[in-house]
Design a protein around this ligand. Structure first.
Ligand code: LHQ
Length: 265
């Protein structure tokens, strides 16, 4: 991939850190950033050596959502951009790649996550946030509805009432509030965010990657399934997990009373 101009990509061999890098606009999601992020995510998804992903932002924001000042997309000038197409071709591949990534995705929310930036933050598997970070469903402030997955994710994470509160009032929700609602995994002190996120992604990268990917898929499928369908899916996916070298390594380590060394296959 060509060196991206809106992202920083750090390859730590077993995991990759992608940093949104337009801090002067609080990492607003320009069409170029979305294209570069999509390409980076496709590469992470396909690279078997990469066993986990950390997504974070540079500067004092995680992401302020759609770039309302971008000249290319002209989102800010009402009627000059085909919003539905921009969503279909710009945002949706990114959200889908994150949700279907066959390896764990940690999001480290370093500051405000607004609009589609909030959707992006919540698309991760485990979301850590700096205590000073906020989550704003900013869409209705500008007369839009939540997009980029927020109407799917919010009710599943926090229920209808809190989802509606966030959407209709569009007020900042603190990291601590987000943690207590179950919107995110954990709020951590600002100066600990980076080290805690790296420790978490390293831990996940050392885990049974195939099982992690299959577990994610099973949990995702559960919302649209009956118990019988879900039991059948579990049996099928477990059949796959049980064929991995990591399963054999895990059982052997248990029998020998030592920690397992997983290789992600
Ligand atoms: C920005 C942005 C921004 C550009 C701050 N764009 N520059 C919509 C349309 C079409 C298709 C697809 O989907 C969507 C979905 C959406 O995401 S709609 C929601 C879009 N986002 C927003 O409405 C949030 C807009 N931003 C804000 O409300 C504030 O900036 C927040 C609350 C995020 C942060 O406030 P402050 O901490 O006070 O920072 P600031 O407002 O001073 O912003 C700092 C700079 O970043 C500033 O630039 P400047 O040159 O004046 O220093 C802002 O213009 C720029 N910026 N958000 N979305």
């Amino acid at each position: 991939m060509e060196t991206p101009t809106t992202l920083r990509i750090d390859d730590h061999s077993s995991y990759v850190v992608i940093t949104l890098n337009r801090p002067e606009r609080l990492n607003a999601l320009s069409p170029l950033l979305l294209r570069e992020l999509r390409q980076a995510l496709e590469e992470v998804a396909q690279d078997r050596a990469v066993r986990a992903l950390l997504l974070t932002g540079e500067g004092r924001g995680f992401s302020s959502g759609a770039d309302l000042r971008d000249a290319e997309g002209e989102v800010g000038r009402s009627g000059t951009v085909d919003v539905a197409n921009h969503l279909l071709h710009g945002y949706h591949p990114v959200i889908t790649l994150l949700r279907t990534m066959p390896k764990p995705v940690v999001c480290a929310i370093n500051g405000v996550a607004a609009g589609a930036g909030c959707s992006l933050a919540l698309a991760g598997d485990l979301v850590l946030a700096a205590r000073s970070a906020t989550f704003i469903q900013a869409f209705t402030r500008i007369g839009l509805i939540p997009d980029a997955g927020s109407t799917y994710l919010l009710p599943r994470l926090i229920g209808r009432q809190r989802a509606l509160g966030m959407v209709l009032l569009a007020e900042p929700v603190s990291a601590e509030q987000a943690e207590s609602w179950g919107l995110i995994w954990r709020a951590v002190d600002d100066d600990r965010l980076h080290s805690e996120a790296l420790a978490l992604v390293q831990r996940l990268a050392d885990g049974p990657t195939v099982a992690f990917g299959l577990a994610k898929a099973a949990l995702e499928a559960s919302f649209g399934a009956t118990l019988d369908e879900q039991l059948a899916l579990e049996a099928m996916l477990q059949g796959t997990a049980a064929q991995t070298a990591d399963f054999r390594a895990g059982v052997a380590a248990f029998q020998q009373k030592r920690a397992a060394q997983f290789r992600g296959e």
